[in-house]
Design a protein around this ligand. Structure first.
Ligand code: DC
Length: 218
């Protein structure tokens, strides 16, 4: 029987690292759904008619496109956030994600709308967050290591613009599902955050221990 974990949250909240660790721990397949939007965003950069191009590209996207080089840059992140607000783009990417989530070995998907739209019946839902300042500092370090020419103030502004766009769009905005467990990693080491997330999945998977209060904090 399949088992699905949905992880949502804003940029650089730690959700990707946590998702990879849960996948490895439980032997689940992992999909970073941000890569779908990044792949579309990268391909439309510089095109005149963003909407028409983005829909065509999203319709034709293949799994290979997720391995393209240069998907992690700050420019591609902004382009991804823009194309992600186009309803037809989201529809085009919907089936791939839903099919992925039903793998017999279990699946974990991380993104912005996994617990609300893609996998509303997920066995475990986590909403991973952190303050904008902390997230900007994390992303700044990653981008510096990747050789990008960025400033902390610039990265903070980018994070805030992207959060606002992702949270305020009409279709599938970034929001915690009512039944998502909330993990605030602002003052946690990544090891601590990973351990808390694994324990939460284990509580439900092995012990059937569900929390029934809205957005229970773990
Ligand atoms: O998770 P990320 O930073 O790689 O995502 C890049 C952008 O893609 C993000 O700003 C919003 C969009 N996105 C989305 O709208 N829905 C998802 N499930 C995943 C990402």
């Amino acid at each position: 029987m399949s088992f699905t974990v949905a992880i949502d949250g804003p940029a650089a909240s730690g959700k990707g690292t946590i998702a990879r660790a849960i996948a490895e721990h439980f032997g689940f397949a992992h999909l970073d759904t941000g890569l779908l939007y990044r792949a579309v965003g990268k391909k439309v950069m510089g095109q005149e008619d963003l909407l028409e191009a983005a829909v065509k590209i999203a319709d034709a996207l293949t799994a290979d496109d997720l391995n393209a080089k240069g998907l992690r840059t700050a420019d591609v992140a902004q382009a991804a956030s823009k194309v992600a607000a186009i309803p037809q783009v989201r529809t085009a990417l919907d089936r791939f994600q839903k099919t992925f989530s039903k793998q017999p070995s279990g699946a974990i998907l991380d993104g912005r709308d996994i617990g609300t739209v893609i996998c509303p019946d997920a066995d475990v839902k986590l909403f991973v967050t952190a303050s904008a300042q902390v997230r900007a500092e994390r992303r700044f370090k990653e981008l510096l290591i990747a050789g990008e020419n960025v400033t902390l103030a610039g990265v903070l502004k980018d994070v805030e613009i992207r959060d606002a766009r992702d949270a305020s769009r009409d279709v599938a905005p970034m929001v915690a599902a009512d039944d998502a467990l909330v993990l605030d990693t602002s003052e946690m080491s990544i090891e601590h955050a990973v351990a808390a997330a694994i324990a939460a999945v284990n509580d439900i998977r092995a012990l059937g221990k569900k929390h029934h209060d809205k957005n229970h904090i773990i």
